[in-house]
Design a protein. Structure first.
Length: 321
């Protein structure tokens, strides 16, 4: 797909898993990229190959503080996204989602530019509707251990749409479902990285509950393509739009496939299910297909092989900077 003219683009959370892949793609398109990250979960190693590019600039900054720069577009990805990290400092997680959104929306309003919000399938909570369409309002516990992230992202969506209605701001909101691939943090507590790292080390593979809970896993390259296509739509398209792979797998099926692909000697061990952990999660991507002409192309087996290769090369050498 062809994209528009060369721009200067701000990516908050740009040194993170998704952000670094997005920065890379934007540079490949010829844009200038300002990567902003406080390196809480992001890593200099993720963006190390980009630092010598004259069109790439890294700024260490926390989005809960105002940022005064001149850019043409904003992708707001800043926020820890795994339970281990967002529950470490839940107050800061909520501040990052809410105050960070206010600061980036204020910047976009001042510059009169388009802004993208990386929202999440967590806005649906533990859903009673399956698969989840964008019209579903969700079922979220507002006072649980996951609420700092779930409710923070829901409030950020509210702010984006209020800025759109009140200030005529051009917004794009994507609801991201489980995504995996190279540059995931090995200790982020997310299921794919957990299983792959444990399998490569031949450690016990931990399944929470009986492993029957389901997820839909999207490879990172497919997701970033969805970001780019959504950002290129006209002002009539605001989202929210689900971006994820509609293929649904149980966590047990995922564990068995990881063991097969790694040739691991690991055994599977059950652990109690964490509070408010969704029993099932799968996107309805009807809108993404119709509006963006987008659907994932990388199968779970192929994506896992690429991810396993990355962790096999980097285990023991990828502690964040």
């Amino acid at each position: 797909m062809r994209y528009g003219a060369t721009k200067t683009i701000l990516v908050t959370g740009g040194a993170g898993f998704l952000g670094s892949h997005l920065c890379e793609r934007l540079l490949e398109q010829g844009h200038e990229v300002l990567c902003v990250d406080n390196l809480f979960t992001g890593s200099r190693r993720n963006i190390a190959p980009l630092l010598d590019n004259p069109r790439f600039e890294f700024m260490r900054h926390d989005v809960t503080f105002p940022l005064y720069v001149e850019v043409d577009e904003i992708y707001n990805l800043a926020c820890p996204a795994s339970p281990v990290h967002y529950q470490f400092d839940p107050v800061q997680t909520a501040k990052t989602s809410v105050i960070g959104a206010i600061n980036m929306l204020g910047l976009a309003k001042r510059l009169k530019i388009k802004i993208f919000q990386a929202s999440t399938s967590e806005v649906y909570g533990d859903p009673e509707v399956h698969p989840q369409p964008e019209e579903y309002w969700g079922r979220v516990n507002p006072i649980g251990y996951r609420s700092c992230y779930d409710e923070g992202k829901r409030c950020a969506e509210t702010l984006f749409f209020d800025y759109h209605r009140q200030h005529n701001l051009s917004i794009k909101v994507a609801r991201i479902f489980n995504t995996y691939g190279p540059r995931m943090h090995p200790n982020d507590g997310r299921v794919v990285s957990n299983l792959v790292v444990q399998a490569l080390r031949n450690e016990d593979i931990t399944l929470y509950g009986d492993g029957s809970q389901t997820r839909a896993f999207c490879y990172v390259d497919d997701l970033i393509e969805g970001f780019l296509r959504l950002m290129e739509t006209g002002p009539e398209v605001t989202g929210p739009i689900n971006l994820g792979n509609p293929g649904e797998f149980s966590i047990r099926e995922l564990a068995d496939l990881v063991i097969e692909l790694t040739g691991s000697r690991s055994r599977i061990v059950a652990r109690p299910l964490p509070p408010d952990d969704p029993r099932q999660r799968r996107p309805d991507i009807t809108q993404a297909r119709a509006v963006l002409d987008w659907a994932p192309t990388v199968s779970l087996r192929e994506g896992l092989m690429r991810t396993i290769g990355y962790f096999d090369r980097h285990l023991g050498a990828n502690t964040p900077a």
